[in-house]
Design a protein around this ligand. Structure first.
Ligand SMILES: [Zn+2]
Length: 217
């Protein structure tokens, strides 16, 4: 399995700038927008998987449970950075993991949450849930929940002139990008674990349905 984690001498300015300048980059939104950021290619055939893993990999890509496990890990990574930095899949087949900027929007924070379906709204008093078919109650929260926002069109360190950066700031940036690389490794490791430990099998399930039949009176 290939890894993205790269050794960098965090005491050495040129080691850090070389790491940052030579890091692979990809579009934060799409090529039309043109903004780019640090990224890693996570296309299945580029991960250095064994033939056995590769055989499972293509089928695993379609499994929601696999996708959710990977996404949860990346969300925890972003949450630990107060969502200021987030890792998102980009590209036509989501083949690239890109470091994006973001944050929390407190102005449009949700103020109520349904006690049944979890839906978030802006109600300030308890009201019946507005979610279709939900019998829960939207309860006003003591502490509003800010919305996570992503600035997908924003580039990161494009043609950055590092000479204006002091060593401490430079080290912080190099560490962040190293961390981002490790988060990518972690996401790939999660994916590979599923390939190693599970098989995708087709199953026929019977779903109960209501039908109307005639019975002798
Ligand atoms: Zn509800």
């Amino acid at each position: 399995m290939n890894t993205f984690d790269t050794r960098v001498d965090l005491r050495n300015r040129s080691s850090m700038t070389e790491f940052l300048n030579s890091h692979f980059r990809y579009f934060t939104l799409h090529s039309v927008n043109g903004a780019t950021s640090y990224a890693n290619c996570v296309k299945v055939h580029r991960l250095g998987l064994t033939p056995a893993q590769l055989e499972q990999a293509w089928q695993m890509l379609d499994m929601p449970v696999v996708f959710h496990a990977i996404r949860d890990g990346l969300e925890r990574w972003a949450e630990a950075r107060r969502w200021e930095w987030q890792a998102h899949f980009r590209g036509r087949s989501s083949g690239y993991l890109v470091l994006c900027r973001g944050g929390l929007d407190y102005e449009r924070a949700h103020t109520a949450q349904c006690d049944e379906c979890g839906k978030l709204t802006y109600h300030t008093q308890d009201v019946p849930c507005t979610g279709g078919g939900c019998n829960g109650t939207l309860r006003a929260m003591e502490k509003p929940v800010p919305q996570v926002i992503t600035w997908p069109g924003k580039g990161v360190d494009e043609h950055e002139d590092w000479s204006g950066w002091d060593l401490g700031s430079l080290r912080e940036r190099a560490r962040l990008v190293q961390d981002f690389d490790r988060a990518g490794d972690e996401a790939v490791a999660t994916f590979v674990r599923f390939c190693d430990e599970y098989r995708v099998v087709e199953k026929t399930v019977s779903v109960p349905t209501q039908v109307r039949v005639l019975e002798p009176a």
